[in-house]
Write a protein that binds this ligand. Structure first.
Ligand code: HEC
Length: 93
């Protein structure tokens, strides 16, 4: 008799294991939606002016979110800033 792995269970396991260990899915989503177009897919910097922001902490992020030169300002909640810092710590070298 053939054993059949229930499909939905297999799918859930796949979804849960596609994230790199420790990555924060909330921070990752915020990053992809708001930052990746300038700072690159994993925060390593854009083609020229956008700095590498991997490993940026809450303090550096809060300062940058007030708006810099070409960096636009953002109105994130405290927990969103923490989620972004958490995500950036997981992509840091
Ligand atoms: C429109 C392009 C753009 C977007 C979108 C953007 N940034 Fe920036 N960011 C920049 C540029 C350019 C700088 C360099 C300072 C300047 O010229 O304003 C910068 C600087 C920073 C710095 C300071 C780095 C340092 O070394 O001082 C941080 C931290 C940062 N960005 C984080 C973020 C995060 C997190 C997001 C998403 C929420 C984001 N940025 C979205 C363009 C962008």
């Amino acid at each position: 008799m053939t054993r059949i792995v229930p499909f939905p269970l297999a799918l859930i396991v796949t979804v849960l294991t596609t994230h790199p260990a420790g990555a924060d899915p909330v921070g990752a989503a915020l990053f992809q939606q708001n930052c990746a177009r300038c700072h690159g897919a994993e925060g390593a910097g854009g083609d020229a002016a956008e700095p590498d922001i991997r490993g940026a902490g809450v303090t550096a992020l809060s300062r940058a979110f007030g708006g810099l030169n070409r960096m636009p300002s953002f109105a994130f909640s405290e927990s969103q800033v923490r989620a972004l810092a958490e995500y950036l710590s997981t992509v840091a070298d």
